[in-house]
Ligand binder design. Structure first.
Ligand code: SF4
Length: 183
């Protein structure tokens, strides 16, 4: 089922039974970015104020490596390749974070299952949370390259049947809002 079809078929949530949305914690203002900042977005902050929405925030990189920390990117593939053992997550200084990132993805999956999340909205570009676009190799290189693909944690959720959208997928967010404001 496409993301759009899935979103169109989402139930209309109520205060008694709110829509359960997993988000990258940085999107709702948690200071968990690699440099200790946040990347909050109004569209997501507004969601967190809706009484018929339950936001479940999680920062996978903070879980494994704390904050602040180095920047890391995927080398040799995308998130699913990391999960399959065919690509690695390497920090700016060359440290291999592959195992920690996989652990983080499993923790995120565990939370998604326990909370029975109905949608994940994750921060694009991140090697962990990227849902549409990520870097192909080191973003700090002379010629950084983007690739279409998911980060490790987004890929883990997707692989296990959870719907993941980007914070800048405004078409999907519009469908989501149309459900939420119906109530
Ligand atoms: S994008 Fe994901 S890993 Fe990066 S700071 Fe936000 S929640 Fe943490």
């Amino acid at each position: 089922m496409t993301d759009k079809k899935y979103l169109n078929n989402l139930r209309v949530p109520t205060i008694e039974n709110p829509l359960r949305i997993l988000t990258s914690a940085c999107l709702i203002g948690t200071m968990c970015g690699w440099e200790g900042g946040h990347y909050s977005k109004l569209e997501i902050l507004n969601l967190s104020k809706c009484k018929n929405v339950k936001i479940i925030p999680f920062c996978p990189e903070d879980y494994s490596y704390g904050t602040p920390r180095e920047i890391s990117d995927i080398h040799g593939g995308e998130g699913i390749d990391v999960l399959n053992g065919n690509a690695k997550v390497i920090t700016e200084s060359g440290i291999d974070w592959t195992d920690g990132m996989i652990n983080s993805s499993l923790k995120m999956l565990d939370i998604a299952k326990k909370e029975k999340v109905e949608l994940a909205i994750l921060m694009d570009i991140s090697a962990a949370c990227g849902s549409q676009v990520i870097y192909d190799g080191n973003r700090k290189s002379e010629n950084p390259i983007y690739q279409i693909g998911m980060g490790v944690c987004a890929a883990q959720l997707h692989k296990n049947g959870f719907k993941v959208i980007s914070q800048r997928d405004f078409e999907s967010l519009e469908i989501l809002y149309s459900k939420i404001i119906k109530n």
